[in-house]
Write a protein of this length. Sequence first.
Length: 99
Amino acid sequence: KQRLRTMHTNAFPPDRITPGETPHAIAERVIVAPTSGTFEPLEELEGSPVEQGQLIGVLRGPGTSTPVKSPFAGLLMDVTAEPGQRLREGERVAWLRKH
């Protein structure tokens, strides 16, 4: 039995592919904090479609307010940052499945 190999972690594993079926990759993307601050989500968006550039939340710091926007269009699967959580630049805020 020949096994398919992939370098992408976002593809179906070979044991979930039935014979004769063509595997399709699921494009998943991570939204990260653009700067350090305390995360305040805009609203409950989990499970909702989002557009590229759509506001997900805000990072607040001393005298600063930085918007957290989705760099991709897709379905927002999970907001991993909790309201009030202190994040560093580059830390994960959420992940989505890209259209």
